[in-house]
Design a protein around this ligand. Structure first.
Ligand code: F3S
Length: 281
């Protein structure tokens, strides 16, 4: 009998799980239900929600035309202006499924910018979460993604700064970029707002992979966090496989007494369970 060890932190993080569950619950309660942008970057989940009558809208123009229904804000959150614009349509109900960790950053940005600090966000330009953060500052925000940008950053030395991070930003890179800004000796308040869901998932995957004969990483082909998990596990276990669904699982389990399973951040639980029961049989 094969012993299967499935990571407790495989798949959705707390915030995404909460948002996806919210959509399913709302779809049960009443129709129509819309999500403001895809709730998650996973086609299987988005298609399953479509079957339950959940549609994706992508702009405020579309939201303004709605004459009834519920609009759900995803875990990334949105800017204050977007939230206000959605709320200004009296025909719709807005359910905010912003992750509480993202919400906390919005609150910090709103407070610190109102107190006169210039907001610096260490993160990826154009990322939906970062766009949302910018929109909670009362005086705009600077986004810094690279060392070159950190070196090129200029600000009146009298202006105090508040530096925060995109929740999924790389922790080491964040420290390096803050260190570059520190060379200028600004009066700054730094809040490391990186969420530890990713590092916990990676640490657990590493630990499991180091003790099994065969390791399975489930994730989308284009998912960079899944590719990273595969990298980590491959270093610990040379029998590591990267699969997208159970159908990709053409493994020779012969000789494997222990099998480990983990999954990237956008892998739904039912796919993890399917793989798990397939390996067990
Ligand atoms: Fe997920 Fe929320 Fe962290 S969405 S990655 S738990 S900030």
């Amino acid at each position: 009998m094969v012993k299967v060890i499935t990571a407790k932190n495989a798949g959705f993080c707390f915030g995404v799980k909460r948002a996806v569950e919210t959509v399913y619950e709302e779809a049960e309660k009443q129709q129509p239900v819309y999500t403001f942008g895809p709730i998650i970057h996973n086609d299987v989940v988005v298609r399953d929600l479509e079957k339950k009558g959940v549609r994706v809208i992508n702009s405020l123009e579309e939201a303004a035309e709605l004459t009834e229904g519920t609009v759900i804000i995803r875990s990334h959150g949105v800017s204050r202006a977007t939230l206000d614009a959605l709320a200004s349509n009296p025909a719709i109900r807005v359910v905010d499924a912003t992750c509480p960790f993202v919400q906390r950053i919005h609150d910090v940005i709103a407070k610190q910018s109102a107190e006169g600090r210039k907001i610096v966000i260490i993160g990826n330009k154009g990322h939906a979460e970062v766009e949302g953060h910018i929109g909670w500052s009362v005086n705009g925000a600077e986004v810094i993604e690279t060392e070159e940008e950190a070196r090129a950053f200029e600000c009146d030395p009298e202006t105090p700064l508040c530096i925060v991070a995109q929740t999924t930003f790389n922790a080491k890179k964040f420290e390096d970029l803050v260190a570059i800004l520190d060379e200028r000796r600004y009066n700054r308040y730094v809040m490391n707002t990186i969420c530890n869901a990713t590092s916990i998932r990676q640490e657990e995957a590493r630990r499991i992979a180091s003790g099994v004969d065969l390791m399975i990483v489930i994730g989308g082909k284009n998912s960079s966090n899944s590719a990273k998990l595969f990298d980590i596990c491959s270093k610990e276990c040379e029998n590591t496989f990267f699969i997208e669904t159970r159908e990709d699982l053409e493994l020779h389990l012969t000789g494997s007494e222990t099998v480990g399973i983990t999954a990237g951040a956008s892998t739904p639980n039912n796919i993890i369970e399917e793989v798990q029961s397939y390996v067990r049989t």
